[in-house]
Design a protein around this ligand. Structure first.
Ligand code: MBD
Ligand code: FE
Length: 299
């Protein structure tokens, strides 16, 4: 049985590379690596060559998501599993693998049409200490938990859940949120390691493929510092500081230079072994800047 083990990398299409360079370093604290290609920047969060590539091709949306499998055997088994399920994919060429800094990858799309890659063997630059883009007290919490989580557009939540189950994730609806219009939002969260969720969907129609990327600091003071920078720069905050019921992380959501959200977090608990659902968050997460697809009542 081949299963994905982490959300390993992300490609983001951006229009304003200069604004992104400043945001990633000065707001989030990520290490920006410019290898002179001109059309891209790499963002480091740990010892990997990169966790995020910013591609300056202007669509200001998710370009691709990379899910890791352990090694070549799992990579071969995953191809067999996808073929047996009738899911089309292509195996990346050597040049494509080199571009992603991995030993091998395959490319497919999830049921929402989000470009998806499954890879093994990332380039890890153990010789190059992580150097944050601004002073940090701690690190980014990655390791076996991957980058963080993404909330994606999915028109068919059931189809998306079956697809990610095939990849090896587990989960379910984790909230029933009563909306002012009388409807009940039922977002669906899935995990593949100790991180409480690596992907979620089911928040209704979305303009972009992605609503937000969540990443986590190991040190509360880094979250506080990021929050101060966001407020000083008057960056739109869509959801104020608060604590989610499911992952119990202290987080806030602010706009990135592409006009979608990054959720900055700290202190998440690990995924419980059995499913639960909630009707609201623990505290906070008040709605502030509207129009980012997060105008939902979490309290
Ligand atoms: C999350 O990470 C999230 O983004 C939402 C909307 C609810 C619970 C946890
Ligand atoms: Fe989130």
């Amino acid at each position: 049985m081949s299963v994905v083990t982490e959300l390993g990398y992300l490609g983001l299409s951006v229009s304003d590379l200069a604004a992104w360079r400043a945001y990633a370093a000065e707001v989030a604290g990520m290490e920006v690596v410019d290898e002179g290609e001109g059309d891209r920047l790499y963002l480091r969060m740990d010892l990997w060559h990169h966790r995020i590539v910013l591609h300056a091709d202007g669509s200001d949306d998710l370009a691709y998501m990379g899910w890791r499998v352990a090694g070549p055997q799992e990579f071969a088994a995953m191809q067999e599993k996808l073929s047996a399920a009738g899911i089309p994919f292509t195996v990346g060429t050597e040049a494509e693998a080199r571009e992603r800094r991995v030993l091998g990858l395959l490319k497919l799309a999830d049921p929402g049409g989000n470009p998806t890659e499954i890879f093994f063997g990332p380039q890890v630059d153990t010789h190059k200490p992580f150097h944050p883009g601004r002073p940090m007290f701690g690190k980014f919490l990655t390791g076996s938990q991957g980058i963080g989580h993404c909330i994606l557009r999915q028109d068919d939540v059931e189809a998306a859940a079956r697809f990610y189950e095939l990849l090896g994730l587990r989960g379910s609806v984790e909230y029933h949120l009563h909306l002012p219009n009388g409807m009940v939002a039922q977002p669906y969260f899935m995990h593949c390691n100790e991180r409480q969720h690596s992907v979620a969907f089911g928040l209704g129609p979305m303009e972009k493929r992605i609503n937000h990327l969540m990443f986590e600091y190991t040190d509360l003071d880094d979250l506080g510092m990021a929050h101060d920078v966001v407020r000083a720069k008057k960056i739109d905050v869509a959801l104020q500081l608060g604590k989610h019921a499911n992952d119990q992380a202290l987080t806030f959501y602010c706009a990135n230079p592409s006009g979608w959200l990054w959720e900055f977090g700290w202190g998440a608990r690990q995924a419980p072994s059995q499913q639960e659902y909630y009707t609201r968050d623990i505290f906070g997460h008040g709605n502030e800047a509207a129009g980012y697809g997060m105008d939902i009542p979490l309290l």
